[in-house]
Design a protein around this ligand. Sequence first.
Ligand SMILES: [Zn+2]
Length: 328
Amino acid sequence: MKRTVNGICIALAIASTAACQKSKEPSQEKTEAVPEEPAQPGQGKVETTKSPPKPGEDDMGDVTIKTTQVSGHVYMLEGRGGNIGVSAGEDGVVMVDDQFAPLAPKILDAVKALGKGEPEYVINTHWHGDHAGGNTAFGAKAAIVAQENVRKRLSAPQKRGEEVVEPMPAPGLPVVTFKENVSLHMNGEEIRVVHFPRGHTDGDSIVFFTGANVVHMGDHFFNGRFPFVDTASGGDPVQYAANVKSVLDQIKDDTKVIPGHGPLATKADLATFHQTLSETIKIVQAARKAKKSLDQVKQAGLPEKYKSWGEGFIKTDAWIETIYSSAK
Ligand SMILES: [Zn+2]
C-alpha cells in the first residue's frame, strides 16, 4: 500500500463538496441486526475458499464467496447480502460494499486471491447492514468513502421496522464523505461515485467504472425482483424508478451491470427492471386515484406476468404497499 489513510485527501480527486474526516476511536466487534436482503444465485467462474469458522458465533460459516470477472480488472463477489464490486489493478484495490461483518475474513481472502493486495478504499453504496456491515473490519485499514447521509445514518440509531439498528462503531464510519459525487482515479480509469437522492434511501451512490464499462447499482437494482425501497430512510419508489432511468440514459448498450442483489446483468436486464417498476407503479397509482383502498389493490394484485418479480425478498403485496403508501 503506497498511500496512508491519513493522506487520502491528497490521494483522491475529490469534488468540491467533499469533506475529509478521520476517527481514532478503538475498534469494537459488532454484528448488524438488520434483516437481510438475500442474494440470489448468479453465474460465477471462480470459487474462492473460506477461512474456518470460529465456534460459538454467527460466523455465516456456510457462506462461500464466489468471484466473477466482470470486465478486465473489475470483479463481482457474491456471498450473502449485497453484491460486491472490486477494482483490482496496478494502483491497488477499490471495493464497493462489504456485506456482513462475519464474512469479512472470507471476503478479504477472495480479494487477496486477485493478487493485488487488500482494499485501500471501500465505497458504501448506502448504509444498510447487508452492504456496509463489514465496515468495522475493513475500516481498520481501508478508507471508507460514502455519501454524507450514509455517515449520518451509520452514526446514529436507525429504525428498521420494529428493529433499532445500533450506530456503527467509529472505525466503520466513512472517512471521506461527499454531497453529490467523488471520483477515484485508479487502475487506469476514473471510478465515479455518484449520489442518486431519495431512491432506495437518501444516501445511495451508484458507481461507474468508466474505463472498464461497468456500473455497480447498489440497491437501485434487484435483478428480476421487486426492489426494497426504504421509505423510513428517505427512499421513494417513484424517484427510485427515475434514478434507474437516469442510469439507463448514461450507460452504453454493452455496459455490464452489477446489481445490489441478483445475478450479474446487462443494460437490457436493467431496462426490463425499469419497465416493470414504471408499469407496476402506474397500476397502483391509478387504483389509488380511483379511490381503491390498499386492501382492494392488494386483493386485485398485479398482472400475472409480474408474478416472479414478487418471489424475492419483497413480495408483491409489499411492493404494492410501498407504492400506495408513498403516493402523494
Ligand atoms: Zn439496501
